[in-house]
Design a protein around this ligand. Sequence first.
Ligand code: GRF
Length: 198
Amino acid sequence: MLISGRGSNMAALLYASQAPDCPYEIVLVASNVPDAPGLVLAAAEGVPVFARAHTGMKRAEFDAVIDAELERRGAEFVALAGYMRLLSDGFVAKWAGRCLNIHPSLLPAHKGLDVHEAVLAAGETVTGCTVHLVTPALDDGPILGQVRVAVLPGDTAETLADRVHYAEHQLYPRVLADLVSAADSTAAWLERVRSLAL
Ligand code: GRF
């Protein structure tokens, strides 16, 4: 998992993984921000962490460092959870179909930053969050799941962000579990077909 900040989605994914029937485990929390608060929590929970500032490194060069850590820990999927850095095309291509991101809007509406301000400025009454596969374009890959969140009278960007966060914490673990389970079933099915063909 890759984070840059407080890591509340990381915490949701991590604690969901402790349920006995959860099909995924968190093998690494890595960050481009060495003092990201989420790293402290991950380490305290016994999850391997890796931190390296990207400053002064070319994007592809930095992503190769992250990729090497993911491989070293045996990662099969990459969950971006508040990772505030664009990924290089090479990294995205390598992890295609296995790299997910969460975004605090009902994509394709409001890609990028300052989402809640944009929702309020547009006078929208419903917003939400989206988990999608990562493709080279920002916040643009196939949508795997969404939760709708009502905008309340008097909401500020902060109150709205808080409520969308609650929704994110429900959505992300469920979508990741579904994706991992689907991949596991497909792998088991392919193995079965191969064994029958022998
Ligand atoms: C979340 O709102 C997520 O949708 C966005 O960045 C924020 C990260 O928050 N990509 P947290 O670090 O998980 O609390």
